[in-house]
Each structure stands twice: as structure tokens, then as C-alpha cells.
Design a protein around this ligand. Sequence first.
Ligand code: UGB
Length: 601
Amino acid sequence: QKNLSILSPDQIELGKMLLETGQGHLFENWPDPGVDDDEKKALLAQVVLLNSSYPGGLASYIKTAKELLADSKSGKNPFDGFTPSVPSGEVLTCGDDNFVKYEETGVKQVQNAAFVLVAGGLGERLGYKGIKVALPMETTTGTCFLQHYIESILSLSEASCREAQGECRRDVPFVIMTSDDTHERTLQLLESNAYYGMKPTQVKLLKQEKVACLADNDARLALDPNSKYRIQTKPHGHGDVHALLYSSGLLKEWKDAGLRWVLFFQDTNGLLFKAIPSALGVSATKEYHVNSLAVPRKAKEAIGGITKLTHTDGREMVINVEYNQLDPLLRATGHPDGDVNCETGYSPYPGNINQLILELGPYIDELSKTGGAIKEFINPKYKDSTKTEFKSSTRLECMMQDYPKTLPPSARVGFTVTETWLAYAPVKNNAEDAAKVPKGNPYHSATSGEMAIYRANSMILRKAGVKVDDPVTQVFNGQEVEVWSRVVWKPKWAVTFADVKSKVRGNNSVSEKSTLVIKGRNILIEDLSLDGALIVDSVDGAEVKVGGCVGNNGWRIEGIDNDDSSATALAEEVRIRGFKINKMDQLQQSYSEPGNFCLKP
Ligand code: UGB
């Protein structure tokens, strides 16, 4: 009461709400006016921010928290009444006629799409000191994830334009969701690299705010251990992206501009753009309101499973069930072995790779009702089985793939499965944890993420008729990986399988020790026999035919021993892979003038 005079009317209103919802402890033992006034105002300013950045405000946050905490304490099963079953979806095989047909349809749709990258996560499991999108996707060229994503979007939209015979209506929008942990560094990365060729006006950064932590089962907001005038906050999860897009007004802007699709993707999957054109084709052909990209999933692998849930009251939904929930859910519903591989060697529940394609119209309709609020969950770590105290404060969380949970049964929710080697190789785990992954399960480390790029590109070349040697097996940072020829191309060379096929002719071969880097747009590989390193670059107006026998000592992959003192001099980006590339010898050609050229040693 005594301190009311130092607060604004808005702050007083919020203060009252807090008192009514059992948050009196926030103001307990406040000294008289005149002492710590700025700190008191700062606490209320923080309350204003927490209130405005949450759909429904803080009162709604506290109400939901109380309900979910009570459910958690009583051990309520979130899937009560639901029976899981294996859903049906579109299963694609890279390179076959169906895949090519969907890619063609998808590319046409790109100019009607907006791309959204969720990149607010700090990547605690990876333990990398930088932001994850700045991490090199592979170290042959050193291209970072963000550069690759932007170049892929630009190239896809150019291809889309060509399909529309040059009638491009717009620059494809690109949104990046950041957080306090990643915002400044993401902006800096973009600015210091001229947005990797994208127009700055095409790119929008939306920063997610953290949410208030909860100290106990009564949902009392936790004070920061370092200050009695600050509420402790933690990330709310990638589900925030929906509310942010809605409140930013972008969705409406996009709808008015005639866009039809919104594509969501994660921060460190170097393969994902290989699956986007075909999956977008599936969305357009099947008129899916929601299309989740998925890959075959090993039982108990740490990615969610796409599951059909049928309720006793008749409700049905196709939804991601997180990896820690799928096994208990199956056990509780008549599958005593839980989440196990079937005869294919994989779980029958496809793995969610959190790449979603939403149709904009139905998406806006839904968000107009919900404001973008996503069904939340809570995961308190209790001190003991009485579940009365927490080990540390907790908070509500939400996931972007839970968006379909509020949709009516009439919504068309589907999924598209592609081969893992084509679509999914995230970099999430640090080397130590990756080395402990059970044999046969993916490492999801910087080592495996890089090797997956070479494997995918080599496999695609093979499907296009190039003879690429088998890989060798090597161990880096305690992880056994297949090392394929280091084949890398810029998205402007090829964004679809059909692009690759049209640029590869005759009899070509690439040996296992080889590195092939294609940087130019109009480079034709014809009757090339490569046994070494070949790097070709060209300006857009140059047409270059590359063939003949290229042989040199090439670029060698060399393992590094992180326990060795010499390894400490290496960059963290190198050490986390457990190998470095020794660039011994290469044929490197760059064509900087327009014209027709032939590279044939
Ligand atoms: N992210 C944010 O932008 N904000 C946040 O507050 C948190 C994360 P993680 P997670 O593909 O392997 C997801 O931490 O959440 C961004 C799916 O839920 O890498 O453990 C972050 O920057 C799971 O079903 O993954 O698991 C990153 O880009 C499965 O699909 C993204 O959100 C799994 O990913 C994912 O964050 C997977």
C-alpha cells in the first residue's frame, strides 16, 4: 500500500491481479518509499512485459500453471482416454517419379510461401559457445547453417519464378525467431555478411520473451536468486513462434499479399531443404492444412513420434508425441513392450523432424481464435515422491508441433515421410554424449551432421547416374561414421533432384578420397573422372562444362585427438567434429566473365 505512489496506474492494476492470484510474496518486506524505488519499478516493468508477451496475460499463465501443476502432482495421464495407432501419410523415395512430380509441384508453390526459422534455443545439449546457426554445416567450404538456409530460400524462389515464366510476384519472406540468448548475435551475423544475399527487408527477426518461473505447486512466481526485485525467467519453448507471428501482424500481411504457405524449420538441420520441395508438393496436392515432415525412426530415438490418437469420445488427431511420452503411452494401452522396432528395423511411428508446412488461410482462422496460444505442458523436477517441493523452479513450456492439438476434426492434418539420409541430420549433441548413443542410433552431433551432408550429396549423385565410391568407416570423437566423398554444391547449382539430373551427363566417377565443390549456377558435369579435389566457381553468365580426368592429392580428412595438447589450439568448431580437413592439393577454377567454357584437364 505504502509504495503505490511510485507506481503507474497500469502497474497498480497488475499488482492487484498478482495479489488476487496468490503472488503477495513478490511484494513482501518491501521497504518504505524512498528506498530501492528504481528496483521496485523495475520489478513492475518486468511484470508488464511478462503480462504483454503471453497470450491472455500473466493471470492466464498463473491459472494454467495451477491446473497443470495439480495434474502433474496427481499423476494425471495427459493422454487419458486416447488410444495410439499408426497414422497413414505420404511416403516418398528420393529420385523416383512420384518424388520428382511432387518436387515440381512444390517448387511452383515456393513463391507463395514464407519461411520461418525457430532459432531461439541456446543449444545446451550441444554446448557450443556461439549461436547454432553460425556453426559451419560442413568444413569443406565452411558454410554456416544460416548462410545455407538463406541461399536455399533464394534459389528455391528463383526456381519458382522460372516455373512461373518470370512472373515473380514478390520476395519470399524469411522470419527468424530469436530469444535474448540468440538475438544480438543472429542480427550481427546477418549484418556482417550482407544478409547472405537476401534483401534485409525480406528478413524479420521476432524475439521471443522468456516466461516466469514457478516456485511451488501453488504456482507462486519464483524470485530471481540474485534479486528480490526480479522474477526468475526461463524459455517457454519453440511453440512461441505461433503467437509471435500472429501478434506481429505478419500473417495478415502475407495473406493480403496472396501467400498460401508457411514453412517452419529448426536451426541445425543441413539436409532439410532437400526435402522441402517435395513435401510442399504433397501439401499442395493433398491440400493439407498441416503437413509434418517425418523420417523413419528407431524405437526410443530422441525425436517425437507422429501418432494417431483416438479418444473414447470419438475425437481423433494426428500429432507428435514426444519421445519420453510415447513409450509409456504404448505400454499403458495394450503394448507391453512399449516403443519397439517392427520388422523394418524401425518404430512404426515415424519420427517428427519438426519441419511443418501450414496452409496460411486455415492457420490464420485458427490463430484468430487462440491468439497463437499452444497447449502447454509442465515438467517439474520434484525433490521426493511426495511431490510437494521442486528441486529447482519450473515453468510452462510449449512446442510448435503441438499446434494441431486445438484444431477441429475437419482439419486436414497429414505428414510426409522421406528417407533420413535425405532429410534429417541435426546437430544437437556434444561429442561426449554422442559417443554414448547406443549403437545403431543416430549421434545427432557436429561429426555426424557434417558426414550426413557428404553422404546425401553422394547418394543423390549416384541416383543421377554418377559412379561414387562406397564410403569408408572411421571413428571421430568416439563416433563411428561413414565417410563418403566430400561432395558439396551451392543451392544455386541445384535445389531439386531434377536440377542435379539435368546438370550431370555421360559417364562420371568420383573416388572415395575425392572432394567436389560446385559453386557456380551453370556448371555441367560431363564425363568427369575425379580422384582428388576439384573446386569450380563461376558467375551466373558463364556456362562451364567440366570433364576429363582430374587427379591430385586432394583434401584429406584427418582425425584429431582432443586429449592431445595440440588440439587446444584448434577452433571449437573443429574440435567438436573430431577431425580436420587437410587441404593438400586441388584443381580450383573460377570463371568470372560470362561466356562458354570447358574445363577438361
Ligand atoms: N527453440 C526456440 O526457438 N525457442 C525455444 O525456447 C526452444 C527451442 P531443440 P527439442 O528434431 O530432433 C524438437 O531444443 O525441443 C528452437 C522436437 O520437439 O533442438 O528437444 C531451437 O533453436 C522433437 O519432437 O529440440 O526437440 C531449435 O531450432 C524433435 O522433432 C528448435 O527450436 C526434435 O526437435 C528445436 O529445439 C528433433
